[in-house]
Design a protein around this ligand. Structure first.
Ligand SMILES: [Zn+2]
Ligand SMILES: [Zn+2]
Length: 158
């Protein structure tokens, strides 16, 4: 049987183009291995821990993958803004709008694991203002709101 070490999850042309664009902008190269990690995350459409991601990649590529390699690819994907790290859950999630730099705000469903990435310039301004009032210089203003997504909340009301 032929070796299938380069197997990559299918990735919509839209995301591939965005990923290539981000990398070009940052002067980085989207290698097949980096693309494979990104495609796997997009294919799942939910936050994954590094270990879940490694297991999925190993399954697809039918070979062992060193965790350090995957961490390096994740660092790359975060550096280029293609992937966010959800700090409270220690999982990784592909950005919904990687075409521009932004602070990250997430609504995390604690029932089904769904994540909504939202963008609020009002919230960013408010956070900057609060920090300023405290003479604080933030370098990371990630907001993670936990609760129930629309669908799960409906289930609770019934
Ligand atoms: Zn984002
Ligand atoms: Zn939910």
């Amino acid at each position: 049987m032929a070796k299938r070490s380069a197997t990559t999850a299918p990735l919509a042309a839209k995301w591939r183009k965005l990923a290539e664009g981000r990398c070009a902008e940052k002067g980085e190269r989207l290698t097949p291995a980096r693309l494979a990690v990104y495609a796997e995350m997009q294919a799942r459409g939910r936050p994954l821990s590094a270990y879940e991601l490694i297991a999925l990649l190993e399954q697809r590529q039918e070979r062992k993958i060193a965790p350090l390699t995957v961490y390096r690819h994740l660092d790359f994907l975060m550096r280029t803004g293609l992937v966010h790290r959800l700090q409270s859950a220690q999982t990784y999630f592909p950005c919904d709008h990687p075409d521009h730099a932004h602070e990250s705000q997430f609504l995390l469903c604690s029932s089904c694991g769904h994540v909504d990435e939202v963008e609020s310039s009002g919230l960013e301004t408010l956070l900057a203002q609060i920090a300023d009032e405290h003479g604080f210089r933030p370098d990371n203003a990630v907001v993670e709101v936990k609760g129930l997504c629309g669908e799960c909340a409906v289930g609770v009301q019934d």
